[in-house]
Design a binder for this molecule. Structure first.
Ligand SMILES: O=C(O)C(=O)C[C@]1(C(=O)O)C=C[C@@H](O)C=C1
Length: 311
């Protein structure tokens, strides 16, 4: 495999592939479908791929925990880009199959909670069968293993299937957030509309430990965008936190917050600073938290050391 390649959850026709193809650089990369999120990231870890596109959270079903656990454990990875993809599910069958013929319906486990009510109302007797991806479900229907698949309508054409019903998701406008992960490398420059991700392990178990951690952001006027707890696997009640905050590591308020965490937490894993996918302009900074405010205060401090603090 080559290190110019990007891997993604395959086979062809997944939403993950659609997310990957929204990146301008995808046009010049070799895009390789693999069987799982873990396989996509393993190829990156082994140096066989430059990046892997993986789903990280869904607006209906929440965190994609395989991705969370891959980012938390194993050799470190960094996030370089994020993509927000509107998801629209269709149910598809082999040509000639009618709704009455459908006894089994397959899809990715993250798809099921997004279409549960539609399935209960329209295919009440069909048994749900999990597949490694939505496109894999479509492929298995083509093979004759299952009767119907829940996938993006574009997968129907790829696998010679017929769309029985489109836009079958229960909640309007579901969105999945995907990230392009690579091996740790140089953080790209700030755009003014950035996000920083990290994993933080709680300071030892005591009242207010989580509050102490959150205060590092609050006192520096940093908006948190997501906080997700995951078990560390080291006994009941032991959790670490995946945190996304506004801002870029090159901003003083963000770097100072990360240094604050590093001082009080047993472990902090920096997962990258990258442009936000939701469009916008630079967020207003809370008074006293700009780079200039930090530099002015540091200047004053060094003058204090020289006995010139009043200047
Ligand atoms: O990329 C796909 O099509 C997938 O099967 C994966 C995945 C996911 O892991 O979240 C992607 C988007 C949908 O929300 C459901 C499933």
């Amino acid at each position: 495999m080559s290190a110019t390649r990007y891997t993604y959850l395959g086979p062809a026709g997944t939403f993950t592939e659609a997310a990957l193809r929204t990146l301008p650089e995808a046009a010049t990369r070799e895009l390789t479908p693999v069987a799982s999120v873990s396989a996509a990231l393993d190829a990156v870890r082994a140096g066989e791929a430059a990046g892997a596109m993986v789903a990280i959270e869904n607006s209906v079903d929440g965190a994609v925990t395989t991705t969370s656990d891959e980012l938390i454990n194993g050799s470190p990875l960094m996030i370089y880009r994020e993509v927000l993809l509107p998801i629209s599910f269709a149910v598809m069958v082999r040509p000639g199959t009618t709704a009455g013929d459908v006894k089994t319906v397959s899809g990715h486990p993250v798809a099921q909670p997004q279409v549960r009510h539609w399935l209960a109302a329209n295919l009440p007797d069909a048994q749900w069968e999990s597949a490694a991806s939505n496109a894999e479900a479509a492929r298995l229907v083509q093979e004759g293993r299952y009767d119907a698949a829940v996938a993006g309508a574009f997968a129907a054409e790829l696998y010679g299937l017929q769309v029985l019903s489109d836009e079958i998701h229960d909640v309007a406008s579901p969105t999945t957030r995907f990230v392009l992960a690579g091996r740790p490398g140089r953080v790209s420059s700030a755009t003014g509309w950035d996000k920083t991700s990290m994993v933080v392990w709680l300071p030892d178990d005591h009242p207010g430990a989580l509050l102490e951690l959150l205060q590092e952001f609050a006192v520096r006027g940093i908006n948190l965008m997501r906080i997700e707890s995951r078990p560390t696997g080291e006994g009941m009640g032991n959790y670490c936190f995946l945190i996304d905050c506004e801002g870029h590591l090159s901003e003083r308020r963000v770097s100072e917050a990360l240094m604050g965490l590093k001082r009080i937490c047993p472990q902090v894993r920096f997962l990258g600073s990258y442009p936000r996918a939701d469009r916008g302009t630079a967020s207003p900074l809370r008074n006293g938290t700009s780079d200039l405010d930090f530099a002015t205060a540091a200047d004053w401090l060094s003058r204090c050391l020289d006995g010139r603090g009043e200047l």
